[in-house]
Design a protein around this ligand. Structure first.
Ligand SMILES: *Cc1c(COP(=O)(O)O)cnc(C)c1O
Length: 388
């Protein structure tokens, strides 16, 4: 059997895959089993920060692989400690817990918020406000956190204690935080799966004010919009706020599984010995790769991200068949007159690989995608978006 047949036979049917088998890639070009090349605008859903098999990242990972691939968290290891230092130095946050995915990073954030509020105000302060349209993961608790009914229906009962607020509705947030015993507000600065929608600055400002006044923790879910994607190191840095907890994953590892939960002043000592743990968390190979990514997310790189972003917005806004363009940095949603799925299929035929977010065509290219590939890809998207 070929790969398609084997997968259909033996892999659980949770994914609607495109009929494409990826066999290799270099930078922003990926190659399928027919030898066809695509300009990669998806990067494995914002994971391959510097594209496929980036040389610096590969070198860092290979170097660690020849030393040791894993130990347990019963011992110290340098890649984990050095990555934590880099994340704290670059953000001003104080401590880090490492895990293996976005959902786990959020689980850790939620546990920490609940322990903080419970220690300080009592066990009934367990509620966490999240936003409608959000996406926080696939575990039973992070599904509950996800503010979209479609994710809830089949898996009840979900973890209790999540309350949903409309994004950008300050009045509703004020009401919900007054009427409930709230531990934290959790949000994506740019809702990714929800349609690439950035929060409005006024709402974020009001949210931070409410949180400060009521000692409610702010949890920024930076799994998708973090690690340079938004044009700043973390998405919240576009809004001049300092969250108490930041969760991230996806692009942090540059292609290997890693999750991280960063704690600020208020939360850095909430979790104590045996309050949390992870067998693979802080894996030295994943951390060595991640460190090589984080070290490169400097001002020069971020300026490049903003330039490429500006180019995409300018080229697409107002083009025939394009209704709107949303997002921040290199996390972009395109609302098209034609069905987004059809536009994506036409792009794939032409060797360009975007993905979808709700009714939009979503672009998540490598942060260092070469300009000439970006120009080519945007032309293909414009053509595909033109009404037939
Ligand atoms: C992808 C994503 C998650 C879940 O990450 P996994 O690694 O799939 O568990 C959580 N939050 C946001 C914002 C995401 O985009």
């Amino acid at each position: 059997m070929n790969t398609f047949e084997l997968d259909n036979e033996y892999v659980a049917g949770t994914y609607g895959r495109f009929p494409i088998e990826i066999v290799s890639g270099k930078g922003s070009v990926v190659c399928d089993s027919n030898g066809k090349e695509y300009i990669d605008l998806a990067t494995g859903i914002a994971v391959n920060t510097f594209g496929m098999c980036d040389e610096e990242w590969t070198r860092a990972v290979e170097k660690q692989l020849t030393l040791f691939q894993h130990t347990s968290n019963l011992y110290f290891s340098a890649p984990c400690a050095r990555l934590a230092e880099a994340l704290c130095t670059k953000t001003g946050l104080k401590k880090v817990f490492f895990s293996n995915s976005g959902a786990e990073a959020n689980e850790c954030a939620i546990k920490t918020a609940r322990k903080y509020a419970s220690d300080k105000y009592g066990e009934e302060y367990y509620n966490i406000i999240t936003l409608t349209g959000s996406f926080h993961g696939r575990t039973v608790t992070t599904l509950a956190a996800t503010g979209q009914d479609v994710f809830h229906t089949k898996f009840k009962p979900l973890t209790e204690g999540f309350i949903y607020c409309e994004p950008n509705n300050i009045e509703m947030l004020e009401k919900l935080t007054s009427e409930n015993k709230v531990a934290a507000i959790m949000f994506e600065c740019v809702q990714g799966e929800g349609g690439v929608n950035p929060l409005e600055p006024d709402f974020v400002k009001a949210m931070a004010k409410i949180a400060e006044n009521k000692d409610i923790l702010l949890i920024a879910d930076e799994v998708q919009c973090g690690n340079g994607r938004s044009g700043k190191l973390y998405g919240y840095m576009n809004y001049n706020i300092t969250p108490d907890i930041v969760s991230t994953a996806k692009g942090l590892g540059g292609g290997l599984p890693i999750g991280a939960t960063l704690f600020g002043e208020k939360t850095c000592d909430v979790l104590g010995k045996s309050d949390h743990g992870s067998t693979f968390g802080g894996n030295p190979v994943a951390c060595a790769g991640a460190l090589s990514i984080v070290e490169r997310l400097d001002e020069k790189l971020l300026t490049g991200v903003l330039k490429k972003s500006e180019y995409i917005f300018k080229s697409l806004e107002g083009a025939p068949g394009i209704k709107s363009v949303s997002g921040l940095g290199l996390m972009i949603g395109i609302e098209t007159e034609r069905d987004a799925g059809e536009v994506i299929n036409d792009c794939l035929k032409e060797g360009v690989m975007p993905i979808r977010a709700k009714n939009k065509v979503r672009l998540l290219p490598a942060l260092n995608i070469p300009d000439e590939l970006l120009v080519k890809a945007i032309e293909v998207i414009k053509n595909a978006a033109k009404p037939i």
